[in-house]
Structure formats: structure tokens, C-alpha cells
Design a protein around this ligand. Structure first.
Ligand code: SF4
Length: 711
């Protein structure tokens, strides 16, 4: 081929490429594009744009209007393209047969059987013989139709407490009077950032954008975590305390700040209640004592104390893992003391970055109060089953005993503490209904499974516990297969139970997305600052949102001040009015000798609790379940990398494979949260159902284990 011909072919190829690119651009630009938001229980609550073609999600782009998530979504978000149309999705009602397998059933059969059971249990044992369990699988205002159905039904037994973060929420509410923090992008203004038990590089990836900008501006990044994590790889200082000793570390630093006069005395004098009492109470927390308790060298504690006292402004961002120990509330109060003593509240770059509930404007009762049994919305509900103690409480429920469970938006078999007891409690019931998109471990326990909608199949409105936006999540796809949305399921079931349309409409709208949108439009109208049409285009800042939380120095506590000393903490939770360090319960029970290793079950970048792990898009990044062990702990036990091992304690066991390295502190084992039983086992096979010291949280991280080779 001569040179001239080669050049001509090259020009033609380039020309063809440009045409193809142009056509693909044209095709994409002609597709309907919708602004939406991720409704998972995840900090980021990303906004994004979905492209829809032939009733399929074909592309997902970032939505620049959300200043918190400008660069787009994570791998889980991208996997919505697969998740929405997965071949594994449950698309019609299923009924368990005698062999334990599931057969397809019609909606008529399903509604008929469920309504007959509901009537029978109600008449024979009362409505409270039915347990209504819902968790955080998908957020949205329309979730409230579930409890409205049970109200119409005449009541039910329901849950109190929460699996996630209430110990920390309550600690912050008692101390500052509210759960709010500065907008996510404000971290750029910090000169010191402390990620205390938080790993945003995996669990809140958009936060890293602002952390990295702050670092580029000269901020120091400190990570406090028993593990080396992708976040700690970017830090200037990593401190690896013994798990559960966070309060001891914080109180020791607080004492050092006071002794060296590295505190903001003016801020304390004007805004803080209980400083003198606090000062006296921590006087004995010497560096030496704290070093022994936390297993951190004194010099490192001193360096951290110096930074907190002298590098301003400081943003302290605790994760949620630390407060899932039995001492979680008091530990959070102890960390808060560091932000308070150093005057790092209510200023740009300075905040306690734990939870920001300012966008939950539609909630009448906000978290954590909404979890409390004594604040039941309606007395016809018996709020007696603890999220933390689900299995034990189900088994011990009396007057009436539980006969049936209804599960939605959750996977309690793997996600609540003490899986073995939960399975026992489920199997003791006479009837189980589960609504889900996939065949989870909980769905497998059901007698009837109803197919759940996905996030694209019904309009809803969501807030965020991290960013400041109210977001509209529109219906962009027709429901797949025979899927019905939950409000429609409730409507049809109420009809089947004999309620008239008028009665039902007092609680639940007629079926159809238009009716749902009418309901949501009316809710939006409650706020003149919000506009439905604008929300369709982009997220909007929540009415009344403070960009710099507490900048007015107004604190909604009984004294109107920041309460280092909280008499409410004593009255409500029977803890000291001051922040204290309390040893962990498993250790107090002298289990340490028998089970010397602390189990850590952190979240990973690939899952939101037990969601997403079943998708191929996610599986390709995973080696399957494994326990990460410090190599020196493993070698002592004759365990090599890749060996089959048994993790165990008195509560259960887990067979998995060992991964050895030095990234985690000696004395700890990591097994990630979210693995299903059918994938190899959940860490909750080993956890105990215990509540946290405040907030009715779940203290599943208080969990000692031993590990041995499984020949
Ligand atoms: S899971 Fe979290 S980070 Fe990922 S898309 Fe959803 S909100 Fe964003």
C-alpha cells in the first residue's frame, strides 16, 4: 500500500469515528434525562442524572447542581444500571412450597392469603400479634404509608431503636441541642481535620474532594482508626487505638488541653455549662494512664492534643462505628468535649461533623427521638421490640405472643445483631411476609415474598443526613414484571380487608404515581421556599438550613448553653452527667481470656450494609468474604494467608478464609459488614443483641472472638 493510500484510509477512519461519536452524542442528547438522587442509607445522598431509553436506565451522569456531590456517584450508584434490570430481581409474588422452594403466585392469591392471615391473627390474638419491621433500605417520604396502613388495620407491634447511629445522635443532641453540622464543602476551610473512626475514602467518597482541597491549602489530616484505611493513607498522622477506648483517648487529650491552657476560655465562659465539673472529673487522666488504656504512645497523644489546641479551625468528623459499642454515647460526648474546649463550634471550618438533619424538614419528630418507645406516634402500636435485641425480644413477647412478621426495606436476618436467635424467632412464627427486590437471607425465611419497587419506579422526596438538600426522585421507569409499589400493595390489602375507598384514602392514596405525586406536591407546598417544578430540575437547599451550624451560638438544650454537664443524660440514660470512659461489656464479662480478639465489622465501598453485593458490577471487585488478621496474631495460631479459618465465640461461628497483613491493630479481626449467610456468613453470627448506653442503638461492635485454623 502506498503512503498516499494509507493517509486516505486514516482520514476515512478518523472521519468515521467522528461521525459515530456525533451520532452517539445525538442519541444521548435525544434521550429523556431525569434529575434524581440516591435513596440509600449513605452519607452522600448523591444527585445524578439518568438517561432512559425504552424503559431502561442506560446511562448515569453527575448532577453539578449538588455542590456536595459534583463529581458524581460511586460504583454502587453506577451499578443501578444493572440493579434496575437484574435477572435476579423478584418480579412477581412468590409462595414457599413444602420443599422450602418458592413458586410463583398471582397477586389475587397473595393478597387473599395475606388478608386471611391478618384477619385471623387480629381476631384470635389481637393486632399486636403481628410484628411490623421496617429498616433503612430505601429512604423517602412515602415510606410513611406503611405505618399508616397498620394504623388503619388497628395496630401492630413495632420496633424501637435503630441499628445505625442513635447513640451518637443522642450524645450530640444532649450536648449541643441539635444534630447539625456545617455544609460538606466547608471542610475546605479547616486547618485541622480529624477523621475519628471514619473512612470517607470508602464510605463517603465525596467528602474526600473537600478534604483534599483543605490539604492543598495546608490543612493537617489526622485519622484515628484501629485499621489502616484508604483514608489514612492520605493522612499526616494515623493513630490506632484499642477499639472501644475512644472516650479514654478524648478525655486524656481534654485534660492535656486544659493543663496546657490550649483551650478557648472566652468561648467556654460564654457558651458552656459544666466546664469546672468536667475539668475536675478528668484531672486523673494523665498521658501515662491514657497511653496504657488506649495502647497509644504518649508522644502521639501529646502531638494530637497540641494540634487540637493550636491548629484552628478544626473539623472533627467521627464515624458511626465507634458509637456502636456499649459505651458509644459517652464516647461521642467525650469527643464533643474536644470541639467545645477548643472553641471549634459555629465557625467556618470548625464543627463536629457527625450528622446534619437540617434537610429532614418533613419530619414531625426527628431522629433520634422518633426511635424512642416512649414517643410512640400512636398508642395502638406496641413499640416493644428493640432493634438491637430483635431475636430475644421476638421470642419473649407476651400478651399477645407474636404470630406473624411483615418485613420491608430491611434484611434483619443478616443485619440485626445475633443472627442465630433471629432465625430461631422467625421460625417460631406462624406466618412471614417479606417485601424485597432480591432473594436475601430474610426473604428466604418468608412464606410469601412480595416484589418490591426499585428507586426508579415511584416518585418520592428525600433529605440527607450529610448534605443540605431536599431532593425529588421521580418515577422514570414503569414497574418491572408484576411489581407493585408499597403504597399500592397497602391499598389493595386494605381493600381486601373490607375497608371502603373513603376509609382507605384517609391513610393511603389511590394507586398510581399521579396520586403519589399529588400527595408529595401538597407536602412541598408546606414550604414556600420549595417549588415542585424546580425540584424536578435540581436539588434545593432545605428551608431554614444553616450553612455554618450553630453560628448564632444558640443551643436548644435545657440551659440554652452547650452542656458538657447534662442532667438530662443522667435522668434519661442513667449515665454520668459528664462524659466518661466506660469499659466494654464483653470485656467486663471477663470474656477477654476466652475470646481475646476484638471483631471489627466496618462498612466497605462496595456495599450499603447488605445491599449491592449480589450484583455482577460489584462482585468483580470482591475476593469474597475473608477475615483480615494482624499477621502476628495469625502466626501465633498457626494460621497462614489464605487458610480456611473458624471465627467463633459463645454466640456462634463463622467459617471463612484468612487474609494476613499488618494494616490492623494487633488483637483485632476485620470481617466486613453486609455479607449474606448464603455468601458465607454475616458478622452478626457472632454479635450480641445489646443496646448502646443511650439512644437505643445497637452495640454489635462490642464483640470478642477467637480464631482458629479450620482443617
Ligand atoms: S451509595 Fe452513596 S456514594 Fe454511592 S451513589 Fe448512593 S449516595 Fe452516592
Amino acid at each position: 500500500m502506498n503512503d498516499n493510500l494509507k493517509v486516505q484510509i486514516k482520514i476515512k477512519d478518523t472521519y468515521r469515528t467522528y461521525i459515530l461519536l456525533f451520532l452517539s452524542f445525538l442519541k444521548k442528547s435525544l434521550m429523556p434525562v431525569y434529575s434524581t438522587a440516591c435513596p440509600r442509607n449513605c452519607y452522600s445522598t448523591c444527585s445524578f442524572k439518568v438517561h432512559v431509553e425504552n424503559n431502561r436506565i442506560v446511562n448515569i451522569d453527575p448532577h453539578p447542581a449538588n455542590k456536595s456531590t459534583p463529581e458524581g456517584i460511586c460504583i454502587k450508584g453506577l451499578s443501578y444500571v444493572e440493579r434496575a434490570h437484574s435477572k435476579d430481581r423478584i418480579l412477581f409474588p412468590l409462595k414457599k412450597n413444602q420443599k422450602g422452594n418458592f413458586d410463583k403466585m398471582s397477586w389475587n392469591e397473595a393478597l387473599d392469603e395475606i388478608s386471611s392471615k391478618l384477619k385471623y391473627f387480629k381476631e384470635e390474638f389481637g393486632p399486636k400479634s403481628i410484628l411490623f419491621y421496617a429498616a433503612s433500605g430505601m429512604s423517602g417520604l412515602t415510606n410513611e404509608f406503611s405505618s399508616k396502613f397498620w394504623e388503619l388495620f388497628g395496630g401492630a407491634t413495632s420496633m424501637y431503636g435503630n441499628l445505625c447511629w442513635p447513640a451518637g445522635l443522642e450524645a450530640e443532641r444532649l450536648t449541643l441541642g441539635d444534630n447539625k453540622h456545617n455544609v460538606p464543602w466547608d471542610i475546605e476551610n479547616a486547618k485541622l481535620i480529624i477523621l475519628w473512626g471514619k473512612n470517607p475514602a470508602e464510605t463517603n467518597i465525596q467528602q474526600m474532594i473537600f478534604i483534599e482541597k483543605a490539604q492543598a491549602n495546608g490543612a493537617k489530616l489526622v485519622v484515628i482508626d484501629p485499621r489502616r484505611t484508604p483514608s489514612s493513607e492520605r493522612a499526616d498522622l494515623l493513630i490506632q487505638p484499642k477499639p472501644g477506648t475512644d472516650a479514654a483517648l478524648a478525655l486524656g487529650i481534654a485534660n492535656h488541653l486544659i493543663q496546657n491552657n490550649w483551650i478557648d476560655q472566652d468561648f467556654i465562659d460564654q457558651n458552656v455549662l459544666g466546664f469546672e465539673e468536667f475539668k475536675l472529673s478528668i484531672f486523673s487522666y494523665s498521658l501515662k494512664k491514657i497511653s496504657l488504656l488506649t495502647d497509644i504512645p504518649e508522644e502521639l497523644i501529646e502531638e494530637l492534643a497540641y494540634d487540637i489546641g493550636n491548629l484552628k479551625p478544626m473539623t472533627l468528623a467521627p464515624g458511626y462505628g465507634m458509637q456502636r459499642f456499649t459505651n458509644g454515647g459517652q464516647s461521642t460526648r467525650s469527643l464533643l468535649a474536644l470541639s467545645i474546649l477548643s472553641g471549634n463550634i459555629g465557625k467556618p471550618g470548625a464543627c463536629f461533623h457527625y450528622a446534619n438533619l437540617q434537610s429532614y424538614v418533613f419530619d414531625n419528630v426527628k431522629e433520634p427521638m422518633s426511635y424512642y418507645p416512649e414517643i410512640a406516634s400512636n398508642p395502638i402500636f406496641r413499640r416493644s421490640i428493640s432493634m438491637a435485641k430483635l431475636g430475644k425480644d421476638m421470642l419473649s413477647a407476651k400478651d399477645p405472643e407474636l404470630k406473624m412478621i411483615w418485613v420491608e426495606r430491611g434484611n434483619p436476618v443478616t443485619q440485626n445483631p445475633d443472627t442465630n436467635t433471629i432465625l430461631k424467632a422467625f421460625r417460631k412464627l406462624e406466618f412471614r411476609v417479606v417485601i424485597d427486590q432480591f432473594m436475601t437471607d430474610t426473604a428466604k425465611e418468608a412464606d410469601i415474598i412480595l416484589p418490591a419497587k426499585n428507586m426508579f419506579e415511584q416518585t418520592d422526596i428525600i433529605g440527607s443526613y450529610w448534605n443540605p438538600y431536599v431532593q425529588l426522585k421521580p418515577k422514570v421507569l414503569d414497574t418491572a414484571g408484576e411489581v407493585k409499589t408499597e403504597p399500592e400493595i397497602y391499598y389493595l390489602l386494605a381493600q381486601q380487608l373490607g375497608h371502603s375507598k373513603e376509609e382507605i384514602n384517609k391513610y393511603i392514596p389511590d394507586p398510581g404515581n399521579e396520586k403519589i405525586e399529588d400527595y408529595l406536591k401538597a407536602r412541598v407546598k408546606e414550604f414556600p421556599e420549595l417549588d415542585w417544578e424546580k425540584l424536578k430540575e435540581k436539588p434545593d437547599i432545605a428551608p431554614g438550613h444553616q450553612e455554618i451550624a450553630f453560628e448564632d451560638l444558640k443551643f436548644n438544650t435545657p440551659s440554652g448553653k452547650i452542656e458538657l454537664y447534662s442532667i438530662k443524660a443522667k435522668e434519661k440514660w442513667n449515665v454520668s452527667p459528664l462524659p466518661t470512659y466506660e469499659p466494654l461489656v464483653d470485656e467486663e464479662l471477663s470474656l477477654k481470656k476466652k475470646y481475646p480478639l476484638q471483631l471489627l465489622s466496618p462498612n466497605t465501598k462496595n456495599r450499603i450494609h447488605s445491599q449491592f453485593g449480589n450484583l455482577n458490577a460489584i462482585k468483580q471487585f470482591s475476593n469474597g468474604p475473608e477475615a483480615i488478621i494482624n499477621a502476628s496474631d495469625a502466626i501465633k495460631r498457626g494460621i497462614n494467608d489464605g487458610d480456611k479459618i473458624r471465627l467463633f465465640n459463645d454466640r456462634g461461628e463463622l467459617i471463612t478464609k484468612a487474609k494476613l497483613n499488618f494494616s490492623i491493630k494487633k488483637g483485632c479481626v476485620v470481617y466486613y459488614n453486609g455479607w449474606w449467610l448464603q455468601e458465607g456468613g454475616t458478622p452478626n453470627l457472632l454479635s450480641e443483641g445489646r443496646e448502646t448506653d443511650m439512644g437505643y442503638g445497637s452495640a454489635f461492635h462490642d464483640c470478642l472472638v477467637e480464631v482458629e485454623k479450620n482443617e
